[in-house]
Write a protein of this length. Structure first.
Length: 466
């Protein structure tokens, strides 16, 4: 949201609660808000067209002012975030609108005014997204819970604690399939549902459907039990875990984006903010770049979760104990323990015990898919792969091993968007969350998704859509 003559900034506050609390919900929320912003803005641009009304709402050149653009996109953003984050309305969004000088009770539908423009364009988008297959309103299930699964997914394996341990009844385990986990999340003991089991059904931006790349993805995995690839992918993660250094640990932690963070899609939105500041963006630049960026990442999430549901593939936290229980392996032993000899049944990923592995199947990696798509958009937008951002970790700043890791300051530097994207992908192998095929296939399909989204976004920018 912006004041009438404010400098450009990303107008989306990142919320940690309410409806958009998981990876796939996060990308949907970001895209919906940016879509509302873009469509409100497009009416005040001489060329661009909106995604719903095309160019039919375009205002004359005399009205295409910064103040009108800011007011229109602020009302559009406000309608979207209140719809998506209703619990934050009075504490966050109403005060923000008031601080910007806008009336929260202004429900105008007069598209000759910027407030009315923002309201009308966003409400049209919300109407479509309320029925896009995500089940945002909870009206597709008897429970009424927003975003609840309506497809009837049932896990093939019973829930288990972490680690499974050498005494687990492995004879009953189905080693190709995802297994939910039970653990203490810092507040209470929880058992994972399969979050986003329906997400492949969500309406994408540029793709024909969530299954568009399903056959491409299936060419590369997942590896099945009994194959050399299944054994090799597990052994690779054991080897990585055994030699984890401080840099790799901090890479795993930096990109983790678990609960109460901006989540992986929001991570690339933050990179977009960096580019906006670096390149001195105008309101016009931000409206277009963030629209394209979040659209690509939205489609990436749909494709990744279609693949996850279709493959229903096992996570390392299950597969490694299954393969190596009763055998002695060398691996990371837990916080402050370093590399130890252990029974393979006790293997754990380098993750917080309060969130040992995400609550959905493994193949493909959402991190890799989101990041590859995001990197394509930012490269295409800027006309170069050059990035230049970095982050530095102070000694002992680890979340998993506070006070110990890293022993000295560590800087992660990304000369290019591709470097950042690739690091996001491999971080999940360092963390014991994903196998190699999950990562590399996610990268490959993410690039395809990014390219397709960029072409579609450009058709709106240049007025050729519709």
């Amino acid at each position: 949201m912006r004041g009438r003559n404010a400098k450009p900034q990303n107008p989306i506050p990142v919320s940690n609660g309410h409806r958009c609390y998981t990876r796939q919900l996060g990308h949907a929320c970001l895209f919906i808000v940016q879509n509302c912003i873009y469509d409100a803005w497009a009416a005040y641009d001489p060329t661009a067209v909106g995604t719903i009304y095309g160019g039919s709402l375009r205002r004359p050149a005399s009205e295409q002012t910064l103040a009108n653009k800011n007011e229109a996109i602020s009302f559009g953003a406000y309608r979207a975030v209140v719809d998506l984050f209703p619990g934050d309305k009075t504490s966050v969004f109403d005060p923000l609108m008031a601080a910007l000088g806008y009336n929260i009770n202004d429900n105008s539908t007069d598209t000759t005014t910027p407030d009315g423009m923002g309201n009308v364009t966003c409400n049209a988008i919300l109407s479509i997204r309320h029925n896009d297959g995500s089940n945002q309103l909870g009206n597709m299930t008897s429970s009424g819970v927003p975003y609840a699964d309506y497809t009837g997914f049932v896990a093939a394996n019973p829930a288990t604690v972490v680690p499974l341990g050498p005494g687990y009844d492995y004879s009953s385990l189905q080693p190709n399939f995802w297994q939910p986990l039970t653990y203490f999340n810092g507040t209470t003991t929880v058992t994972q549902p399969c979050v986003g089991a329906q997400w492949g059904n969500v309406t994408p931006f540029a793709l024909t459907s969530g299954s568009q790349y399903r056959s491409f993805i299936a060419r590369f995995g997942p590896a099945l039990y009994g194959s050399n690839a299944y054994q090799q992918q597990a052994q690779e993660l054991i080897n990585i875990s055994a030699r984890l250094n401080d840099r790799e640990k901090m890479i795993a932690e930096y990109w983790a984006n678990g609960p109460h963070t901006e989540l992986p899609p929001g991570h690339w939105d933050l990179f977009g903010q960096y580019i906006s500041a670096r390149d001195n963006h105008s309101v016009d630049d931000d409206a277009k770049m963030f629209f394209a960026l979040t659209a690509a990442i939205h489609d990436a999430g749909i494709v990744a979760w279609d693949a996850k549901r279709y493959s229903d593939s096992v996570r390392p936290v299950t597969a490694i104990p299954f393969l190596f229980h009763g055998q002695t392996i060398q691996s990371w032993g837990g916080p402050y323990m370093g590399t130890v000899s252990m029974d393979g049944g006790n293997w754990i990923p380098y993750q917080p015990s309060t969130f040992p592995t995400p609550p959905f199947p493994s193949y493909i990696s959402g991190h890799s898919t989101f990041s590859a798509a995001g990197a394509i958009i930012l490269s295409d937008w800027t006309g170069s792969d050059t990035f230049g951002a970095s982050v530095t970790f102070a000694p002992g700043s680890s979340v998993i091993e506070p006070g110990l890791t890293p022993a000295t300051s560590i800087a992660l530097v990304w000369p290019t968007f591709t470097d950042a994207s690739n690091q996001a992908g491999i971080s999940r192998r360092y963390g014991g969350i994903h196998f190699k095929a999950d990562d590399l296939t996610g990268r490959a399909v993410g690039k395809k998704i990014g390219n397709q989204a960029w072409l579609k976004a450009q058709s709106y920018f240049n007025g050729k859509a519709h």
